[in-house]
Design a binder for this molecule. Structure first.
Ligand code: SAM
Length: 294
């Protein structure tokens, strides 16, 4: 491995954890938990990321948020169920600590964050009214196994709610060679890690195949065109392509050089400052229910 990337990555304990393969499926999480990634995830809100689920939530419900990351959406879900509760699960302990701190800072008492592996969770059958997973299935080698585990955990008539990006729908302007290369690299790395970068388009099939009923699909787009949006997205990827697990995996798999990653980072920063720049992509959302008569 090139030493400058190795030096960057070994400074973070989270990154070292993230380089581990899943013990059963051999998948690796492409983004990792460098602050450049987690700071971005922490900006997410229940109002945006779970808009498709909110009309179905009742105040007494118990909700499981799988792959909860830093917990901003999880805490938003907890606000929706003042007479119920929410559990956030993640396979990486460090990010759960950050989620717990956010719960304390926001005074949210009906939420807890536990370490666990979503393929095999230590909860009895029929434990939750709703199981939600945001931007998680795309990173899994076996999304249908994960959905079957979700089905086990749901009460009869319980709701699964999943949302995943589809990287194959990403468009940007001005046309920037390095950003096109970034997207190609993202597909290569994620596929090598066992994930599915175009997961959004497959959610409908995965939900059917794993035995859910009353499936409803929807989609929403992220659009960045205002200066603050462009700066946030472009500068975030400017950092992520050299500091996060993305960089580590790209170099380890021999897909590019550190110099190329630096050129991509600089291109992201230039793009973010280009007047009238534009970026958009699709998120696909799926709702399903377990049978009432299980
Ligand atoms: C893209 S992040 C999404 C975080 C959060 N849901 C959000 O949208 O902000 C995916 C999360 O799934 C977690 N994850 C990946 N594989 C997992 C597994 N097998 N069990 C539990 N969590 C997992 C990762 O550690 C990461 O925090």
């Amino acid at each position: 491995m090139n030493t400058s990337v190795a030096k960057t990555t070994t400074t973070s304990r989270c990154l070292k954890l993230d380089t581990q393969m899943h013990k059963d499926t051999n998948e690796r999480y492409t983004h990792g938990h460098h602050s450049s990634v987690v700071d971005q995830h922490r900006r997410r809100t229940v109002e945006e990321a779970a808009a498709f689920l909110l009309p179905h939530i009742e105040p007494t419900m118990s909700i499981l948020d799988l792959g909860c990351g830093p917990g901003s959406i999880t805490i938003g879900l907890a606000r929706q169920v003042p007479d119920g509760g929410v559990v956030g699960i993640d396979i990486v302990s460090d990010v759960l600590e950050q989620a717990r701190e956010l719960a304390i800072d926001t005074g949210t008492s009906n939420v807890s964050f536990n370490h666990g592996d979503l393929y095999s969770l230590d909860y009895p059958d029929n434990s939750f009214d709703v199981v939600y997973a945001h931007q998680v299935l795309q990173h899994l080698t076996e999304p249908i196994s994960a959905l079957r585990e979700i089905r086990r955990l749901l009460t009869p008539g319980g709701i699964v709610a999943v949302r995943d990006a589809d990287y194959g729908t990403m468009v940007h302007s001005p046309d920037t060679r390095e950003i096109v290369r970034w997207l190609e690299l993202y597909h290569q790395i994620t596929s090598r890690n066992g994930g599915e970068p175009n997961a959004g388009r497959y959610l409908n099939g995965w939900l059917h195949e794993s035995g859910f009923e009353e499936i409803e699909m929807s989609a929403s787009t992220w659009v960045f065109h205002k200066p603050a949006q462009l700066l946030n997205w472009g500068d975030s990827w400017g950092d992520r392509v050299t500091k996060s697990s993305f960089a580590e995996h790209a170099i380890e798999y021999g897909l590019c050089t550190v110099e190329e990653l630096e050129a991509i980072a600089n291109a992201w920063r230039r793009w973010a400052r280009t007047p009238n720049a534009f970026f958009s992509f699709l998120h696909v959302e799926g709702l399903g229910r377990t049978s009432q008569s299980r």
